[in-house]
Design a protein around this ligand. Structure first.
Ligand SMILES: Nc1ncnc2c1ncn2[C@@H]1O[C@H](COP(=O)(O)OP(=O)(O)O)[C@@H](O)[C@H]1O
Ligand SMILES: [Mg+2]
Length: 279
């Protein structure tokens, strides 16, 4: 469904994306997880035809993103990282504009706008200026706009950045609902929890490279499913184990306070890079 073959982007001497090979299946929620500067946005920008790859290829439903522009444009919806709604227009007018750009006939356009405003729960605010909207409402409207022309694949770049935890959960629910109705979703995030809670599979990116790929469960299993943190003085010790018994054995021998917990994708990232995602 989405296929990346050695996809790379260089800006002068900067290697933003260093040749990604990856297949994303139809019906998946796939997450690109990584710290700032890892190359997530650049990857999405290549897949959505906003920037040309320096080398390699990307196919969406078999269509090449550098050749079959019309077909790709029809197949995909894009929710960019930066808010790019027209704040001087109403919610309805923003959707209207997108429908016209996609040459949707007037009647279909109106029907789709009403359907989507209901879908993202903005019906009552349809005719208010976007400048009056909260961050969560703007994000929902950007999602509605991306869905106008009925794409089969949706790209969301950092869909919940800057939103409070409750609003973030609403966006997750919306993404899950779209996916359950058949949408393939590729999202980027630097939030561990978002990748873990929402994505069927995760690709961990660092410095332009894909350093791990799998379901959250598989990735955690690879590094060990139980973590032991020990606190003695100012030092925090940190070790991963494949089972609880081994972790307990180790914990008994440690002096000071000990915390035994399940590993998460942050542990996976640290194990692979020696750094935190948030660093
Ligand atoms: N237009 C550009 N010109 C020069 N460098 C860029 C440009 N866009 C991105 N980069 C660089 O590419 C790298 C990856 O950036 P980006 O894809 O935005 O990462 P992420 O989305 O994971 O935070 C960074 O080092 C960034 O500074
Ligand atoms: Mg980014």
């Amino acid at each position: 469904m989405i296929e990346l073959q050695g996809l790379a982007k260089h800006y002068g001497s900067i290697v933003a994306v260093a040749g990604l090979n990856l297949q994303i299946k139809s019906g998946e929620i796939f997450g690109l997880l990584g710290p700032n500067g890892a190359g997530k946005t650049t990857t999405v920008r290549m897949l959505t035809m906003l920037t040309r790859p320096s080398s390699g290829r990307a196919l969406i439903n078999g269509y090449d993103v550098t050749r079959d522009l019309g077909k790709v444009k029809q197949a995909i919806g894009v929710v960019p990282q930066q808010m790019n709604l027209d704040q001087e227009l109403t919610a309805r007018e923003n959707l209207e504009l997108h429908g016209r750009l996609h040459k949707m006939p007037a009647k279909e356009r109106q029907e789709r706008i009403n359907e989507l405003l209901a879908y993202v729960e903005l019906e009552e605010r349809a005719d208010d200026l976007v400048s009056k909207f909260s961050g969560g409402m703007k994000r929902r409207l950007m999602i509605a706009r991306a869905l106008m022309h009925r794409p089969r694949v949706l790209f969301l770049d950092e869909p919940t950045v800057g939103l409070d935890p409750q609003t973030r959960r609403k966006i997750w629910d919306l993404i899950r609902r779209m996916n359950s109705e058949g949408m393939t979703v590729l999202l980027t995030t630097h939030y561990i929890e978002e990748a873990e809670m929402l994505c069927h599979r995760v690709g961990i990116m660092d410095r332009g490279q894909l350093i791990a790929l799998g379901t959250p469960g598989e990735l955690k299993q690879k590094v060990g499913e139980v973590a032991v943190e020990s606190f003695a003085g100012t030092e925090t010790g940190y070790k991963l184990f494949s089972c609880r018994e081994e972790a307990l054995d180790y914990a008994r021998k440690v002096t000071g306070n000990v915390l035994i917990r399940a590993t998460n994708l942050e542990d996976v990232f640290i194990e692979l890079t020696g750094r935190k995602v948030s660093d």
